[in-house]
Write a protein that binds this ligand. Structure first.
Ligand code: ZN
Length: 496
């Protein structure tokens, strides 16, 4: 078994290395590359993607897995070796079901769709985007046809982001969230947040963000932070984490955007070194990954204890904006609930409603129960129903998000699931670290990040998302209860 395992690991390590090389090129594209490099970068990434795909779906990997299948039974279920064989088998079988021509067509049409979307959003011209959307939806239906599902073809798409989860299961969670959130949003008082807009020199924002990130639990020399148009986090190993953010000189959005991406970064940083260069060196699902960005952005980064430490440095950094603002006022402002048009600007209370809306529309896109040309109208009606806002034009409506332009259907639910999961895990954190508030108020979140690393991040993808949740919380059920209780308390605390 040792030799077979070593052979499998060698192949997977080379594939992982190639994928990281592609990751560096992708990071460079979004952070450094001059715009005219787009076309040749697409060629390079296309070639690399094809080589990676072909190397992974190779018959030889299947032969090695077959040989190992019978031999891992004697190993503990969550051992690195047994997990590697089990998870690679699932990935391999999934990748083999998709014909290479379809893979290539999806990649090409995703790039075309993205290109068309950028212009269509700018000019709020849905009709110009429609043919590209039609093509991408059609391709996604063909992709879903490559798989078996029990309830809806949407489940096949969801599986790329939430392995093993069904549409029915997501719906059950969202059916609880929706009425409760609508009620909360209606009950939320108006809060003065005018001081969060003004003049915030970006260089000072950057210095403050770097100071904050440096305290969160990253080893020195393992991360960097760069500006970009659409913030993201990527990593090339657990010791090379790339955070990005966007600074605007008229607001402080970068503070929470940085904490959000740092949460993703801490996940990547915490993955056990023994899992590097294998398919296990990642989070088990986007929902679990997002649960940690939300943890650091919101559960930590909007909490009173965190700002008990950081409010004074913030006031010193931006005295014009905050010298006359009490901590209580600041906390109410950064925790306010206020319906708006744009998902990425949404607060914690309204955010998941934006997601549930997209989840409902995506299912209709896939099963064909909405005509694509009617999509703007349906979108606007739902925005009115869910959030009581009027959509001025499609640029701030149905065209606002990048996801559908490149066929990313099934991705949206992971954001709201991340919110829900973050609170389930947080309940365990609270039990384990009774003095957490005191530590955060002293500017020291190191016990928190160490606990999350040891109990969650280090596992990588060894277990399924459900198994991971059960390992951390004791239950495999996705329970919206703690998230709703948290929001109820938040909204209640907004009353002046
Ligand atoms: Zn995120």
């Amino acid at each position: 078994m040792e030799r077979t395992l070593a052979e499998l690991k060698q192949r997977l390590a080379e594939i992982a290395d190639l994928a990281k090389a592609g990751g560096v090129l992708g990071w460079d594209q979004r952070v450094m590359m001059p715009p005219l490099g787009t076309e040749s970068r697409a060629d390079v990434l296309g070639t690399l993607g094809r080589i990676i795909h072909e190397a992974f779906v190779d018959d030889e990997i299947g032969r090695l897995l077959d040989k190992l299948d019978g031999q891992i039974d004697s190993l503990p279920y969550d051992s690195d070796e047994a997990s590697l064989v089990r998870v690679t088998r699932r990935d391999w079988e999934k990748a083999r079901r998709v014909p290479t021509e379809l893979e290539v067509e999806m990649t090409r049409e995703a790039a075309r769709g993205h290109h068309a979307w950028v212009e269509a959003r700018r000019t709020a011209d849905f009709a110009a985007f429609l043919p590209y959307l039609r093509t991408n939806v059609e391709l996604k239906r063909r992709y879903a046809d490559c798989f078996e599902w029990s309830d809806s073809p949407y489940t096949a798409l969801l599986d790329d982001y939430e392995p093993g989860m069904t549409t029915t299961e997501v719906r059950a969670v969202f059916d609880v969230l929706r009425p409760a959130l609508t009620e909360l949003v209606a009950a939320a008082p108006e809060v003065d947040a005018s001081f969060l807009e003004g003049s915030f020199p970006t260089e000072r924002q950057r210095e403050l963000a770097e100071q904050m990130i440096a305290t969160l639990g990253f080893e020195d020399g393992s991360w960097r932070l760069d500006p970009t148009a659409h913030p993201f986090c990527t990593s090339f190993s657990n010791r090379d984490v790339r955070l990005t953010t966007r600074y605007r000189d008229d607001n402080l959005e970068s503070v929470w955007s940085c904490l959000h991406e740092a949460g993703h970064g801490l996940y990547a940083h915490g993955i056990a070194s023994s899992l590097l260069r294998t398919p296990l060196a990642n989070a088990p699902s986007l929902g679990l990954n997002e649960s940690q960005s939300r943890t650091w952005e919101n559960l930590v980064g909007r909490s009173r204890p965190f700002w008990q430490h950081w409010y004074e440095p913030l006031q010193q950094t931006f005295p014009e904006a905050f010298s006359g603002v009490e901590l209580d006022e600041f906390l109410r402002a950064i925790n306010r609930a206020e319906p708006g048009l744009i998902r990425v600007d949404a607060d914690e209370t309204t955010y998941s409603l934006h997601i549930i809306l997209r989840f409902e529309l995506e299912q209709q896109l896939v099963d064909g129960t909405v005509e694509l040309e009617d999509l703007p109208e349906v979108w606007n009606a739902k925005m009115k129903e869910f959030l009581d806002v009027d959509v001025a034009d499609d640029g701030v409506g149905v065209l606002q998000d990048v996801h559908w332009s490149s066929g990313g259907i099934g991705y949206f639910p992971t954001y709201a699931l991340g919110n829900v999961l973050s609170l389930q895990i947080w309940a365990k954190v609270r039990e384990a670290l009774p003095d957490l508030d005191g530590q955060l108020a002293a500017g020291d979140p190191l016990e928190l990040s160490a606990w999350l690393r040891d109990n969650l991040y280090s596992l990588g993808r060894k277990l399924t998302p459900r198994e991971t949740l059960e390992r951390v919380t004791g239950s495999a059920d996705i329970d919206p209860g703690p998230y709703l209780a948290y929001l109820r308390e938040k909204v209640a605390s907004l009353q002046a």
